[in-house]
Design a protein around this ligand. Sequence first.
Ligand code: G3H
Ligand code: 13P
Ligand code: ZN
Length: 325
Amino acid sequence: MGDDTVHFSELGLANTREMFAKAMAGGYAIPAYNFNNLEQLQAIITACAETGSPVIVQVSKGARDYADQTMLRYMAMGAVAMARKMGSNIPICLHLDHGDSFELCKSCVDSGFSSVMIDGSHLPYEENVKLTRQVVEYAHKFDVTVEGELGVLAGIEDEVSAEHSTYTRPEEVEDFVKKTGVDSLAISIGTSHGAYKFKAGQAVPPLRFDILEEIEKRIPGFPIVLHGASSVVQEYVELINKYGGKMEGAVGIPEEQLRRAATSAVCKINIDSDGRLVVTAKVREYLANNPGEFDPRKYLGAARKELVKLLKEKNATVLGSAGKA
Ligand code: G3H
Ligand code: 13P
Ligand code: ZN
């Protein structure tokens, strides 16, 4: 690597290989929490250190631009140092979420990420294979692990039905994994991104565990990733609406479905929206109750404290990752 590049091991980070092997054997999932700013990262590290959970901290392309890629490298280093100062030896992975090009993935590998996702799920199959393979070939030279994706996650506008072949096709997974050399595979079985996963008033359709089982049969022991896995905790949606927000009809994946997924080959569960909701709810509440306050430490501090509480609960009662580091 060149002078301005850094390897993840120099930052004290870990890739996902051992994390996933242990999660697979232990029947739990590693939390993959998205962050954009200091307070979110502090909350994730605090919650995972205090619960003894391995953790993947992940940034999207947009989050990387927002936080600044140079700043991010030091934030990741700081996150590791903070955990160690707390007396915790939890493995911490810095992961690129939804990488959309070889260049972006390469840049993340070069700047200290220990894991990257190349999301070619919208491309025709052979193009997805080709792009994913290219990223794997580069990343593996530096022991950086790679997540690929097959199947397109449903959006609220999409019909969540079997006739729409947005679900992952189990007959493709073996070939994809073999041809690309990916370390994990994100699949589509009925989850979706954001806070409005299903139409308001619609009965929440269960996840397609039959598809997951078929995938597990075809690639036994291979780490599977679940995106769009926020449960959209209603307590926070209600707080947002109570204090001037407008988020009617926000609904997520029921926790018991996530619990079931965590015990399967699903080794990584992605959660972003739930973190956003907590922060927004607590900032709104704090400012509404303290209209004269203008110190960001006060309202962001309140948000950070509640985020720690939520993430600890998730590790302990949903992902099953608490105490597994
Ligand atoms: O899967 C997408 C993540 O929730 C990141 O979203 O692109 O708004 O940062 P973002
Ligand atoms: P949520 O929007 O359900 O939190 O999903 C996040 C995600 O999948 C990030 O890649
Ligand atoms: Zn995602």
